[in-house]
Design a protein around this ligand. Structure first.
Ligand SMILES: *Cc1c(COP(=O)(O)O)cnc(C)c1O
Length: 367
């Protein structure tokens, strides 16, 4: 073939496939495939977006000073240590561009978030996957993969798509055993759903090689705005600021994010709803005979006996207008990942999957 040729790494990945949102012939789809918050955007963010529209001829403040101040105030952090991004995905990609590259190795967990692998391969890194224990990050397995070429370790805590997390003590033990030039990235996209969890702030504060990433796409209900941020030691912040586009976050996203942060009850209510609805749904599905993995996040991982059964359950839900996520691409072909929606949406899931269990139940060899 003639014509321009991209770098060979480009063809080592498939582009990221997001959760589907449409079903042929269904008007009102119930989308529980992307872990978006259960309640839509905060009303205050919708109003702030409308207001921001009036000034859309102006470039954003490239330094995102007001937003970083607001984030700093909410979480008790120094704004100078915060970098905002076009979703936290951008922060993850920038970190990989800065610290990865050909000849380097990136370690992630076997069923860790797919962006690390995609962005890592695109940057030319070799991806090493550490086996998990009970679908949970295993610190010893990660440490066993360290080589002189290791530059980065990525951990989503809680992890997507498994929903499991490891303790602060385990993260500290991991960090204590990493060479000082290896970057540890704690992706805390679901931190707000966990009671009394700082997402890794303490780890960032007590070392030179740890970064935490956060997002407005989950509990804040602003996935479409594309807004995330990283909290890092100053030398890493400096690197990210050199690398990022000068106006990588839009005025609209910043306005929506600041309004969401200012809503005093949004996070606490969202978390309370999630815990209650998730506990109830897990109990209902367990009672229906399904295997449910314990989750700290806003989704449940349901495991079937075979991949075919998982596909059939997915199809059954689709026939009822509900889209969930088949996580075969994460190496979990027996599993469906189901976002915790409103109580009504959870009830529909419970009722549908219970009905599916009774329907054409495969003959079990032994009762
Ligand atoms: C959803 C998610 C993100 C967030 O991505 P954004 O780019 O901020 O929308 C990051 N990490 C994990 C593990 C996620 O599940």
């Amino acid at each position: 073939m003639t014509g321009p040729k991209p770098r060979p790494e480009i063809f080592s990945v498939h582009s990221y496939v997001g959760g589907e949102s449409k079903l042929p012939g269904v008007n009102r789809v119930i989308k529980l495939s992307s872990n978006e918050g259960a309640f839509g955007p905060p009303p205050s963010a919708i109003a702030a977006l409308a207001e921001a529209g009036k000034h859309m001829h102006r470039y954003p403040d490239g330094g995102m000073t007001a937003l970083r101040n607001a984030i700093g105030k909410t979480h008790g952090l120094a704004p100078a240590q915060i970098v905002c991004g076009n979703g936290s995905d951008e922060i993850l990609q920038l970190l990989i561009q800065a610290y990865g590259g050909p000849g380097t190795e990136l370690i992630m967990s076997a069923h860790g978030f797919s962006i690390y692998e995609i962005a890592g391969k695109l940057a030319g890194c070799r991806i090493r996957k550490a086996p998990e224990k009970k679908l949970t990050t295993d610190v010893d397995a990660i440490l066993a993969l360290l080589t002189p070429a290791t530059r980065m370790v990525f951990i989503a805590n809680p992890n997507n798509p498994t929903g499991t997390m490891i303790s602060d003590a385990e993260l500290q033990r991991l960090r204590a055993n990493l060479p000082p030039d290896v970057l540890l990235v704690i992706d805390a996209a679901y931190a707000e759903y966990v009671e009394n969890y700082d997402g890794g702030i303490g780890l960032v504060d007590t070392g030179d090689n740890t970064v935490m990433t956060r997002t407005f796409s989950k509990i804040y209900g602003l996935g479409g705005a594309r807004l995330g941020w990283g909290y890092a030691p100053l030398p890493i912040v400096d690197v990210l600021n050199r690398l990022r586009g000068p106006f990588n976050v839009s005025t609209a996203a910043a306005a929506a994010g600041m309004a969401a942060l200012a809503d005093p009850n949004w996070v606490t209510e969202g978390r309370a709803h999630n815990t209650r609805a998730r506990t109830k749904l897990a109990a209902q599905l367990t009672a229906a005979g399904l295997k449910i993995h314990p989750s700290e996040a806003n989704f449940l991982l349901v495991e079937y006996q075979t991949p075919e059964r998982a596909v059939a359950a997915d199809q059954y839900l689709r026939s009822r207008g509900v889209i969930v996520r088949n996580v075969k691409s994460y190496g979990l072909p027996n599993c469906l990942r189901i976002t915790i929606g409103t109580h009504d949406e959870c009830d529909l899931i419970a009722e549908s999957l219970s009905a599916f269990q009774k329907l054409a139940e495969p003959a079990l060899a032994d009762g």
